[in-house]
Design a protein around this ligand. Structure first.
Ligand code: ATP
Ligand code: MG
Ligand code: FE
Length: 349
């Protein structure tokens, strides 16, 4: 069974072919990061236009890489939200056109269900794909979301908590911008932090002692800005001095984010009696988060899984995997499928 997965929710255009919802035959990703970089973030109108011009060539590239033709597809899965409406529209319109022309079933996918499903994929030559272990807790940390979910054995999904302001990835991006590191900030901070001292700048751990499973990261960003101002490092003439401290600043900021994410994830796992923790979303690529969460999980007797970095950020394969699971449980969308900036998410399997 072959699923085509289409992802255009933000600034990655991606098409994937996935066999039986688990095995990746092709996963072609075109990131527009370079084009958006000079604006310091994603420009929605530009993203839509790039999706529009790149979509069809990338579709053909994915089919060629999988060694199949359009007629071989059994299911069309597409991100319907959350995301930028204009960007989502390009993928959804193309998915509907394909479903209609090929007379194949169509499923609209929740983008975060996709991020979670990145944990259950096997790359080419990798076999078998990991089977879900339940009940589990999933920490979805991405550019727009920071959410803890309870993945129930019957396929149900319960939201346990999330950010009250900025998402974790957004915090990385905003802090990187303040440090003059460009966009996207996550990978640069990850790299710089590796040679910094995480204790040199003790930034605040917001909501660590709060009983909820909620997060808050906007105060942390403010704390970094305040530290820069206090030291006079916003002055362009003192750029060299700032640069000497960048690894420590990056490490301190990153550790503050990671400490809260790890503590609340472990707390969530205890609360629902989970045996397994899944990490998902672009920030799941962060090496300190992977390392610290692995250590904390081991200490609790929990299993931790995370996707390879290329499957943490946006891609079509994760959408195909989630779409296939939804199709298996009977989900079908009609040609009236529409984009939805905030669709419901109550089932994941
Ligand atoms: P959403 O999934 O919420 O709609 P998105 O699709 O834009 O948002 P993703 O593609 O999942 O987000 O992830 C992009 C985010 O991940 C960016 O904020 C980026 O800075 C962050 N990121 C990527 N790699 C790393 C890393 N190594 N460390 C920390 N953050 C990272
Ligand atoms: Mg992106
Ligand atoms: Fe995403």
């Amino acid at each position: 069974h072959l699923t085509l997965g289409i992802e255009t929710s933000c600034d990655e255009t991606s098409f994937a072919v996935v066999a039986d919802g688990r095995r990746i035959l092709a996963n072609v990703i075109l990131s527009q990061t370079r084009e958006h970089r000079r604006y310091g973030g994603v420009v929605p109108e530009l993203a839509s236009r790039r999706h529009l011009t790149n979509a069809v060539p990338l579709l053909h590239e994915a089919l060629a890489e999988a060694g199949i033709g359009l007629d071989d597809l059994d299911l069309i899965a597409v991100t319907r939200g959350p995301g930028l409406v204009g960007a989502l529209l390009v993928g959804v319109a193309l998915a509907k056109a394909l479903a209609w022309a090929l007379d194949k079933p169509l499923v609209g996918v929740h983008h975060l269900a996709g991020h979670i499903h990145a944990n259950f994929l096997a790359g080419p030559g990798e076999e078998p794909a990991p089977a879900p272990r339940l009940p589990a807790v999933a920490l979805v940390v991405s550019g727009g979301h920071t959410d803890l979910f309870h993945l129930q054995a019957d396929g149900g999904l319960e939201w346990l908590g999330g950010t009250r302001d900025d998402a974790a990835g957004e915090a990385f991006d905003k802090v990187a911008r303040e440090l003059g590191l460009g966009y996207p900030g996550g990978p640069v901070i990850d790299r710089l932090a590796a040679r910094g001292d995480p204790q040199a700048f003790p930034f605040p751990r917001a909501m660590l002692d709060d009983d909820s499973l909620d997060f808050s990261f906007s105060g942390l960003k403010t704390a970094v800005i305040y530290e820069l101002e206090r030291r006079g490092w916003r002055d362009p003439d003192r750029r060299a001095e700032l640069e000497a401290h960048l690894p420590d600043l990056a490490a301190g900021f990153q550790q503050a984010v990671v400490d809260v994410l790890v503590a609340k994830t472990v707390r969530a796992a205890r609360q629902v009696g989970a045996r397994q923790v899944y990490l998902a979303g672009g920030v799941a690529a962060n090496r300190r988060l992977r390392r610290d969460l692995a250590a904390a999980a081991a200490a609790e007797g929990l299993e931790l899984a995370y996707p390879p970095p290329v499957l943490c950020t946006d891609n079509g394969a994760m959408i195909a995997a989630a779409g296939y699971a939804a199709w298996r449980r009977g989900r079908r969308d009609g040609l009236d499928l529409d984009v939805d900036p905030d669709p419901p998410l109550d089932a994941w399997l």
